[in-house]
Design a binder for this molecule. Structure first.
Ligand code: B1M
Length: 221
């Protein structure tokens, strides 16, 4: 198969949730020396975007979304070590979780991979993370940054609930708060009082480094 055919195959087979074939194609692509980033950005992510568009049109339902998501997640497991392979020194500690009421984790996991690749130590709390759990884990791990992911308009208000919980516990000033997820915007992040927002995984890395640099220069000033 040519690289173009593999990318097309990855797109098509993710769309129909054919996880074994997606895995096979992933290995085949890597065997041909194709870049892991290309598989992600030229095939897997566009395919899930199409899944979302079909769901919105009523052509796909939750089971189709679920199997497509699983197919992509299988491929990501293979790509993870390759994307995170940089050998750079730890630049900071990032505690991450999807907010309470929300089970989406593919986007969060991708952000984690990119952060790890950029030298962050990432502690992932998984999905459906309650405000109290964020507070407890911040106290335990003392991260530089805590990241809240939300993928539904109905779970975005948990950002505010989490920030309130941090304030109540007296730890809001100790940690940088970043938010993100498909429906989130810079305006929304500002409105809830987050320190940073990023629309995708690579922008998260950039923003996280930037926020950390600013905090460290304030502390040393
Ligand atoms: Co759901 N789902 N889903 N879903 N799902 C969306 C999100 C939706 C947009 C589909 C649509 O209508 N077009 C829609 C939300 C609409 C809205 O509220 N605005 C939706 C819905 C409605 C639902 C249910 C309510 C459906 C139902 O039951 N009726 C239900 C909710 C369940 C719940 O959470 N309580 C539901 C369920 C599911 C599945 C379980 C079936 C499955 C999730 C599987 C999984 O994650 N393990 C699923 C899937 C697969 C999707 C779509 C198709 C794909 C999501 C995805 O992985 N995208 C999605 C449609 C879409 O997004 N186009 C959809 C690829 C991923 C790489 O992108 O997630 O955006 P994304 O992540 C990006 C950025 O957001 C950003 O970086 C990531 C990487 O670049 N980012 C951050 C993420 N976190 C960040 C944190 C940061 C910074 C950036 O700082 C901390």
């Amino acid at each position: 198969m040519t690289p173009e055919e593999i990318l097309q195959g990855l797109y098509d087979e993710t769309l129909v949730g054919n996880a074994p074939r997606v895995l096979e194609l992933t290995h085949e692509a890597l065997g041909l020396g194709m870049e892991p980033q290309s598989l992600l950005f030229d095939a897997l992510i566009p395919s899930l975007e199409e899944v979302g568009a079909r769901f919105e049109r009523g052509d796909f339902f939750v089971p189709e979304m679920l199997i497509a998501g699983r197919a992509m997640a299988g491929s990501m497991e293979v790509l993870r070590p390759l994307l995170a392979e940089t050998g750079v020194e730890t630049v900071g500690k990032f505690l991450m979780g999807t907010v309470k009421g929300d089970v989406h984790d593919i986007g969060k996991n991708l952000v984690n991979i990119m952060l790890e690749g950029a030298g962050f130590e990432v502690i992932d709390l998984g999905v459906q993370v309650a405000p109290e759990k964020f507070v407890e884990k911040i106290q335990e791990h003392q991260p530089d940054i805590v990241g809240f992911s939300a993928f539904l308009t109905t779970t975005m208000p948990m950002f505010k609930a989490n920030i309130n919980a941090l304030q109540k516990a007296g730890i809001r000033d100790q940690v940088i708060v970043m938010v993100g997820g498909a429906p989130v915007t810079q305006e929304y992040a500002d409105a809830v009082g987050a320190d940073g927002y990023a629309p995708d995984a690579s922008a998260t890395v950039k923003k996280a480094k930037d926020l950390l640099r600013r905090k460290r220069s304030l502390v040393s000033a």
